[in-house]
Design a protein around this ligand. Structure first.
Ligand code: RIB
Length: 293
């Protein structure tokens, strides 16, 4: 089973702030750092650090060549990442004193992914291979369609959420990764148990992983309901926690681990990520995670 990630790459400009800048306010930041990020990049780094082989698909501008380098330094297959003469995607991230973030995105070359590129990227994909997707790239519906034709398993993180998500053939998604905000936007309830119930009524053949921040997460499919709590830690920066969770969970499932074990591993990895600064640099290697529960 091969893992493909058609995933955004962003240059992350991370500003430490006392509080998030408000409307009409000019605020001086205390510090600025540049990191390799993008939900797609973070997920591939997490998959690889969790011990999986992953083929990454993306289009980059020359300003973002270090993002490709970061992926290959992390053991990700970047043979299919293409370069164009345009600006890469970037993110302006404010991190406040409690480690919470607020992210402004510029799509850049993440938004020039087209049908031809997706066909090239998935040219050798086979039944049961996994395609990881998020909502920072263009032509997601084409990716869904081609993955379905090839009988792949789609793992989808509908983030950042926008109305276009409702137009996707969501019944093809096998593994859903949502946070509470996305769960509410998709299923019309702020109550996690109700989100899980509505989800399974609508998608009885799929699996939902609903992350709930400091309240842990919920797993729901037709046979199983599991609650997993967080591993307590000192929160420095929550950026990439969700991406780490997604990468570690998919890696565990693809290696034949059971859901319970995948949830524990993913939660543990995410707790390490939030205890460090930045996106991809904060993602732990599997050997940093203790095996006791
Ligand atoms: O999930 C965190 C990521 O969201 C950041 O790395 C940023 O680039 C945005 O894509």
């Amino acid at each position: 089973m091969k893992i493909y990630n058609l995933g955004s790459l962003n240059i992350d400009y991370v500003y430490s702030v006392e509080h998030f800048v408000g409307a009409g306010e000019t605020l001086a930041s205390q510090n600025m750092q540049i990191f390799a990020g993008g939900k797609g990049l973070n997920q591939s780094v997490a998959l690889s650090r969790a011990g999986s082989v992953v083929v990454h698909g993306a289009i980059l501008g020359r300003d973002g060549e270090f993002l490709k380098q970061t992926l290959s330094d992390n053991g990700v297959d970047t043979e299919r990442v293409e370069l164009v003469e345009s600006s890469s995607g970037h993110a302006i991230i404010q991190v406040d004193k409690n480690g919470q973030n607020s992210i402004l995105l510029y799509g850049g070359t993440n938004k020039v992914i087209d049908r031809e590129y997706i066909e090239r990227f998935l040219c050798d994909a086979k039944e049961n291979d996994i395609l990881v997707l998020q909502n920072e790239i263009s032509n997601l519906s084409v990716a869904f369609e081609i993955a379905k034709e090839r009988k792949m398993q789609i793992a989808f993180n509908p983030s950042p959420f926008d109305e276009t998500i409702h137009n996707l053939p969501l019944k093809f998604v096998k593994w859903w990764f949502c946070n509470e905000t996305e769960g509410e936007a998709l299923f019309g309830s702020a109550n996690p148990d109700e989100i899980a119930e509505r989800f399974i009524r609508e998608y009885p053949d799929s699996n939902l992983i609903l992350t709930l921040g400091e309240k842990g997460c919920i797993f729901k499919n037709a046979d199983t309901f599991i609650r997993q709590s967080i591993y307590e830690t000192n929160v420095i920066d929550t950026t990439a926690a969700g991406d780490t969770f997604t990468g570690y969970f998919i890696s565990a499932i693809s290696q034949g681990k059971n859901i319970d074990c995948a949830l524990k591993l993913a939660s543990k990895a995410a707790s390490v990520t939030v205890s460090r600064r930045g996106a991809s640099p904060s993602i732990p290697y599997i050997n940093e995670l203790t095996t006791d529960n």
